[in-house]
Design a protein. Structure first.
Lengths: 149, 164
């Protein structure tokens, strides 16, 4: 799969905040100088190729009375897949990355209540027998996540 | 806080918007409300910060950003607010947070995500952060991501799961 200039322009535009209008794709297509049907077929292909993992509203659990928390575990290599299955089975695990460190599994819990973080971390700890370290944010210095395509 | 109608809307949209003309009109078919009413509810949720933005989440790896480094730093507590603001403003830092240390294993309290097309590029950016932190930084490390294990975003439990 290769991305042409139009694909890249679409990806850059789609990472910025989009308007809440009925004719959402038509408005974006017009900005990009392509037809709505071309935009929709390219978006469909980009999602099929998993270049776009998700499109839609990004919700802030904290603003709903819930919470987010980054967590980490030191998982022995031989148990990695078994532990992964148990961790990912929790719907509260919003994303999860393998990283190069003794603490090699890093995931974000998103829960509807602040208490849900501790409860889920405790449940994962019980199920896996591995300590779940919690790193809640104390201060946020920037939020403007965007990758140039 | 959110009410029952908001919750229903969030449940309908957490999987994402369809790639069809008038996507909100398709969503309201399952919600039993008018499209205008949905759009104004969504605008309200956005004004309250429940919705941060409407956007696409790309797969960095597929965009050639194959090196993803979580740089972590042990920064003097009395300087972290000022230095964190500085680091967070760097154009190549996508997320920057102060988080608690987990002593003795984890002395780091500043986390800054840096992406690049290769590790050399990430290291070079990391050196720029290091230069800014200077003597206020006592220890540092970098954790590269080697695999996406899950990426679904926030999921509300269905009522059935909550009862169970």
């Amino acid at each position: 799969m290769t991305l042409d200039r139009t694909d890249r322009a679409i990806l850059n535009r789609m990472q910025d905040d989009l308007p809440l209008v009925s004719n959402l794709y038509g408005a974006i297509a017009q900005e990009l100088g392509i037809s709505e049907s071309e935009l929709l077929s390219r978006l469909t292909r980009l999602r099929e190729d998993r270049v776009i993992t998700r499109f839609g509203p990004f919700f802030d659990a904290a603003a709903m009375g819930g919470a987010f928390c980054l967590c980490a575990m030191a998982v022995p290599d031989e148990d990695f897949e078994t532990v992964l299955t148990k961790v990912n089975a929790h719907p509260e695990v919003a994303h999860n990355y393998e990283r190069t460190h003794r603490l090699n599994m890093w995931f974000v819990l998103a829960t509807e209540t602040a208490k849900g973080i501790g409860d889920t971390a405790k449940a994962i700890q019980m199920e896996t027998g591995i300590e779940v370290l919690q790193f809640p944010k104390l201060q946020e210095f920037f939020i403007g996540f965007r990758v140039a395509a | 806080m959110i009410d029952a109608k908001d919750r229903q809307i969030i449940e309908a949209l957490q999987g994402g918007l369809p790639f069809v003309p008038a996507p909100f009109a398709q969503v309201v078919e399952t919600l039993g409300m008018a499209e205008d009413a949905l759009l104004s509810r969504l605008a309200e949720l956005k004004a309250r910060g429940v919705i941060r933005r409407i956007a696409a989440a790309p797969n960095h790896y597929k965009l050639g950003m194959t090196s993803n480094g979580m740089t972590v730093w042990d920064v003097a507590d009395d300087q972290i607010s000022e230095l964190g603001t500085h680091i967070g403003a760097l154009p190549f830092v996508t997320h920057c947070y102060e988080r608690p240390r987990a002593l003795p294993d984890w002395p780091y309290n500043l986390f800054a995500m840096v992406h690049g097309t290769n590790r050399a590029e990430v290291e070079e950016k990391r050196n720029q952060i290091s230069a800014i932190l200077g003597g206020a930084c006592r220890a540092k490390d970098i954790l590269y991501s080697t695999r996406i294990l899950k990426k679904t975003g926030l999921r509300l439990k269905t009522n059935e799961q909550v009862k169970g």
